[in-house]
Ligand binder design. Structure first.
Ligand code: ADP
Ligand code: ZN
Ligand code: ZN
Length: 739
């Protein structure tokens, strides 16, 4: 173990005030036993309360006089040591995204404490069947019925589960113990791993790769064998064989003794996806995600460390599974916004994977049908290597797309949420027994409730947002959960015309029942997918033909092949365009292109209807023609003009406060710290100025050089640390996704 009598320790308290290492003396009894990464117990603060902390360094150099040093009390029994690489990763996250060190350490720890292994006990017969039978006879003569029951079973089976015998056969542990002492049987226990996925399937060999696929695999592997580690971006439409490429790459990495991480968006982590990996790699593959129990997570990490796992699949947190021999990280659907963490540290899985691949000397493969502007920009700059798949391997043709101008519809007197064309097509599909997907591309729900007489809007008393109407006159705040019944009269003018604005998925469902009597509808949105399996259940029900139409928010466009879907309708393509966000064009393009990719995945040709008020917008036009390259060229121009990422970098400084005035003052002071070389916008109220009674302010900083922004961040962090704030907090968001 490490030499040194002093340990520098990060205390497990998440507050800026203590966000630095504290030095402790290593007591005699622990000398030589403490190393970086260990979780230890230490006396902390004035009261010397026992706290846990992580050792980040062991040193011979005392930072202050010996007699003033407190001592480490002991090594925390349930603590999990942080691997050396994970400490590096945490330090990098803190520096890159802004965070306390303890929050960064906790982020990179896939499990927070050690959990006991599960044990399975068994009874093993020590005698031959014949010998056992003779002991059995003896017991019967002596009317030892319990013993007889075990022995009878042991004559048939040499090994029995312990629980079977104590349970179903009703034999007491004492009896078993005495049989063990007699030398008739042995009680054995064996620890086993909790398995988060119960998939038993036949193994399946890989497909023979197409020419394009083979070129990609050979490129990545020959680079790897030469010791060249790069980031690759595979651009290929859905169905062009990206997943098959990942499988083949992983297969060949495993043959080289390497382990692999596969990142997929949480929402795509379905049985279907997992099945493909299990078929190929059997029980050498496992999953990691937030639905696993602490025990399941702990066991997967143990298996990874011991080299008993080759592949882990999961959302962004799967990056932190400790593989000693990591050779490859795959990041599918690289453009997904769920790859960005929305809590401190606000890391992006793409950059974090790049850094991790760097320290582990692994290759990184990104894949997408609609790459993020970031990834494509870097590919164009030569930082990533661009690899393309151009053909759909399943042979399905791309769907026919029509764009409907909703202004025209209104002019011709159609006030329905369905254009005439869409109505005709839905009816047509229903008669033919084919299926339709209707898609509302917004994250939100039913719109706001307002008074048609005076314009009063019902708002949440705790947040700066309007309440949304749900069925049965319930009004809900989607930020804090506040809920009330809709009043009969307008609280402002007492008029009875207090009405919900109809645009949510529930309203679409209701409208379908009205327009198409007898139609069967399934709805998928945040409300219908609250429970763990509901997402999977709805998809299964739809794919087995239990409904004519699936209505949903953006979650329905992900993954999944529905072979009987021949019509996809996008009800209001503009909804995602109208976000006041520099990424709204990109997001709209991605959502529409993916929605279009849903139609006609089977043998029958597909049709897509995009309804919009802005039929001339390039995001909509390019998505309709599935022309990524042209979309990129237009979008990057806009980013360059506005100095938006990826052409420049951006840092949002978010200030929140329980008190409005104090928040304002703090925001103004923080803004003064930004130097002249960085462009600054604000401070201003955040787009939602209040959530849960906390006031929110934001400052945007832009610079071409990321390092300039982290310098500003460091300065602000130091300032905030010196203030020892109690009711305010300052957080950072680099290259923000949602503001
Ligand atoms: P993507 O991940 O790009 O959507 P997939 O890897 O899922 O594409 O491939 C789409 C379909 O084509 C799948 O059904 C897959 O089994 C099949 N496929 C992929 N590669 C091949 C191949 N080399 N030969 C035959 N079929 C293939
Ligand atoms: Zn009113
Ligand atoms: Zn609220």
């Amino acid at each position: 173990m490490t030499e040194g009598r002093y340990a520098n320790i990060i205390v497990d308290i998440s507050h800026e005030k203590v966000d630095r290492p504290f030095q402790y003396k290593i007591p005699e009894k622990l000398l030589g036993k403490i190393s970086a990464g260990m979780c230890v117990l230490i006396p902390f603060g004035k009261g010397n309360h026992l706290r846990s902390g992580y050792v980040i360094e062991v040193t011979e150099r005392a930072e202050f006089p010996e007699e003033k040093q407190k001592e480490i009390v002991e090594i925390a029994a349930q603590g999990i040591p942080v691997e050396r690489d994970a400490i590096l990763l945490a330090a990098w996250m803190k520096k890159t995204y802004g965070s306390t060190m303890i929050a960064a350490l906790k982020t990179v720890l896939p499990v927070k404490r050690s959990v006991k292994h599960k044990e399975k006990r068994k009874l093993r017969r020590l005698l031959t069947a014949e010998e056992t039978r003779s002991v059995l006879g003896e017991c019967k003569r002596k009317h030892q019925n319990a013993r007889a029951r075990v022995l009878e079973e042991l004559c048939r089976e040499p090994v029995l589960p312990y629980e079977l015998v104590t349970g179903k056969l009703n034999v007491s542990p004492a009896t078993l113990k005495s049989l063990q002492e007699q030398g008739v049987l042995a009680i054995e226990s064996e620890s086993f791993y909790r398995n988060p996925v119960k998939i038993e399937t036949d193994m399946e060999a890989g497909k023979r790769l197409s020419g394009e696929q083979a070129v990609i695999c050979d490129k990545v592997l020959s680079d790897f064998d030469k010791g060249t580690r790069k980031t690759y971006l595979i651009h290929g439409i859905t169905g062009s064989g990206k997943t098959e490429v990942y499988l083949s790459l992983i297969d060949r990495m495993i043959k080289r003794g390497k382990q692999c991480i596969v990142l997929i968006p949480e929402i795509a982590l379905t049985y279907q996806t997992l099945l493909r990996f299990y078929k190929r790699f059997g029980d050498r593959v496992s999953v990691m995600n937030s639905t696993l129990s602490p025990g399941e997570k702990f066991d997967q990490c143990e298996r990874a460390k011991k080299g008993e796992l080759d592949v882990i699949i999961g959302p962004r947190s799967a990056l932190f599974v400790p593989f000693p021999n990591l050779g490859l990280i795959v990041m599918d659907e690289e453009h997904e916004s769920s790859y960005k963490s929305e809590t401190m540290p606000r890391y992006h899985a793409r950059e974090t994977a790049e850094y991790l691949a760097g320290i582990k000397k692994a290759s990184l493969v990104l894949g997408s049908a609609t790459p993020s502007m970031e990834a494509y920009y870097r590919a164009k700059q030569g930082k990533y290597e661009l690899l393309t798949l151009t053909r759909r391997l399943t042979g399905g043709e791309l769907a026919h797309v029509s764009i409907i101008d909703l202004r025209e519809e209104l002019r011709s007197g159609n006030r329905s949420i369905f254009s005439k064309k869409l109505q005709e097509l839905i009816a047509d599909r229903k008669t033919k027994g084919e299926q339709t997907m209707l898609f509302l591309n917004r994250r939100g729900y039913a719109g706001f409730v307002s008074c048609r007489s005076c314009g009063y809007v019902m708002k949440c008393p705790h947040c700066d947002v309007s309440l949304s109407q749900h069925l049965e006159n319930k009004m809900v705040c989607h930020y804090c959960g506040y809920e009330i019944l809709k009043p009969d009269k307008c609280p402002s003018c007492s008029s009875p015309y207090l009405l919900g604005f109809k645009a949510g998925t529930e309203q679409i469902e209701q409208q379908l029942y009205k327009n198409f009597p007898g139609i069967r509808v399934l709805r998928m949105d945040a409300d219908t997918t609250r429970t763990r399996d509901s997402y999977e259940k709805i998809l299964t029900a739809f794919s087995s033909g239990e409904a004519d139409v699936l209505v949903g928010t953006q979650m329905i466009v992900k993954g999944h092949d529905f072979h009987n879907v021949t019509l996809v309708g996008v009800l209001a393509a503009d909804l995602s365009l109208n976000d006041s966000n520099y990424r709204s064009g990109e997001r709209t393009f991605q959502l529409l292109a993916q929605a279009a990719g849903r139609a006609g995945r089977g043998k029958k040709p597909g049709e897509v209807v995009i309804q919009t008020y802005r039929p001339e917008h390039y995001s909509i036009l390019r998505a309709a023609s599935q022309d990524y390259e042209s979309f990129y060229e237009e979008e990057i121009l806009y980013r360059k003009l506005g100095n938006y990422p990826p052409a420049a970098h951006m840092m949002a400084v978010m200030i929140s406060s329980l008190d409005e005035k104090r928040g304002e003052t703090l925001a103004a002071r923080v803004a003064k710290l930004v130097g002249k070389d960085v462009r600054i916008i604000g401070p201003s109220k955040a787009s939602i100025g209040k959530i849960n009674d906390i006031y929110r302010y934001v400052i945007y900083c832009k610079a071409f050089n990321y390092g300039q922004l982290t310098l500003v961040k460091d300065k602000i962090e130091a300032y905030v640390q010196s203030l020892a704030l109690k009711q305010e907090s300052v957080q950072f968001d680099f290259d923000p996704i949602d503001s």
